[in-house]
Design a protein around this ligand. Sequence first.
Ligand code: ATP
Ligand code: MN
Length: 478
Amino acid sequence: MSQRTKIKALLESEQTQIEVTVKGWIRTFRNNQFIALNDGSTNNNLQIVVDFENTDPSLLKRLTTGAAISVVGELVSSLGKGQKVEVKAKQIEVLGDSDPEKYPLQPKKHSLEFLREIAHLRFRTNTFGAIFRVRNTLSHAIHTFFQDRGFVYLHTPIITASDAEGAGETFHVTNFDITNPPKTETGEIDYKQDFFGRATNLTVSGQLEGELGAMALSDIYTFGPTFRAENSNTTRHLAEFWMIEPEMAFYDLVDNMDLAEALLKFVIKEALNKNADDLEFLSQRLAEEEKQKPQNERSDLSLIDKLQFCLDNDFQRLTYTEAIEILKESTPNKKKKFQYPIEGWGTDLQSEHERYLVEKHFKKPVILTDYPKQIKAFYMRQNDDGQTVRAMDILFPGIGEIVGGSQREERLDKLEQRMDEMGIPKEELWWYLDTRRFGACPHAGFGLGFERLVLFVTGMGNIRDVIPFPRFPKNAEF
Ligand code: ATP
Ligand code: MN
């Protein structure tokens, strides 16, 4: 096997006048002389200089955008602008041709919408190469953060019989012939005859099972896919998305917030350190995009400044009740600019409200705590006021909610009372309630939506562009 060097390493090489082998895909071929070659190891292309006078014209014709080639040549200092080194080709082999008449990716700017339709090829663009390298760094950083703190990575089930929050937005999993499922005597679908002997669905969250792990291992985290059949065609929702869900025994809400804030800062810092070129590229991309917007909607900070700003500032912590007061008195509320006006205490916040708090009022990430119990899940710890629960949501600029978490209710009687009030069947969650019967302790956890994090760090505007193959209503291509 020939020794092949990745382009990233060559561009950083201190040594020149050495023979190298490079392999990659042609981005452009100019003047029959200069190939811009990319192999995905970096956003930057390597320039290959072709000695066209001594190259077979039939080979030159095959050096087209998209073709895969292998090049043996000499790494030399470059006289051209924009690169330190280039490769003087001695031998070029076309490994895979790409018909320029048919290849959908032309060396020009394509719209993100068009690229979504050719998601199988969009990895080959600068933008998507950068996004998926950043996504990779963030994913690695999440594991590093938790592993360094002694957390146990726990694999919670993908197929489950519980609908964690009773939200009902689940995808069913069945082996039945759906045109003719077996029925009971009373005419209902007889799930006893189904594969698992009961109705099952894809998980919407691994939290409840995660808590079981934390009640023995102390600190656990999950990092896996979750599925929600929510018909919300928004730029922040996917039907299949990845979630990170840590659960910690002996943590209260403040410990929980501290951990979430430290996690977000750590992973953003890792991306800034490891993906400087990619983020620089994405930062410029965003600046170009912002130029299309009216002056008053443009952000004063570049993407990189925004990320740095997150690292340098403490997240603003306040209660839901305090936030409602701010929103009630806010200019857009008084001028009736909110689509959902803030009328009083108790309603859920819409993303326009979250973004007002973060982007206009505090101008930094915000953690809201102590929400009204009626808008939060049954497992959140009840406060003594009888009205609120120990919940926390972290809100980010441009994103809205990025983290949702709480201190969990560890008191069996309080938990059961809340389940009764909310109509959650206690029999089905007998195993969850057992942790409150045997060795219950204060504990807390949160869920971080991974794609919302990638959205924030890459500065992209649509969540469909930060996961390789997005799943959303009416789309499961690739
Ligand atoms: P939202 O109000 O934005 O729909 P949620 O309250 O339903 O969020 P949780 O159930 O608390 O969210 O889920 C935890 C985290 O998972 C959220 O903070 C968010 O980052 C992410 N998330 C939730 N739903 C989706 C989705 N459909 N696609 C991508 N990420 C999601
Ligand atoms: Mn939701």
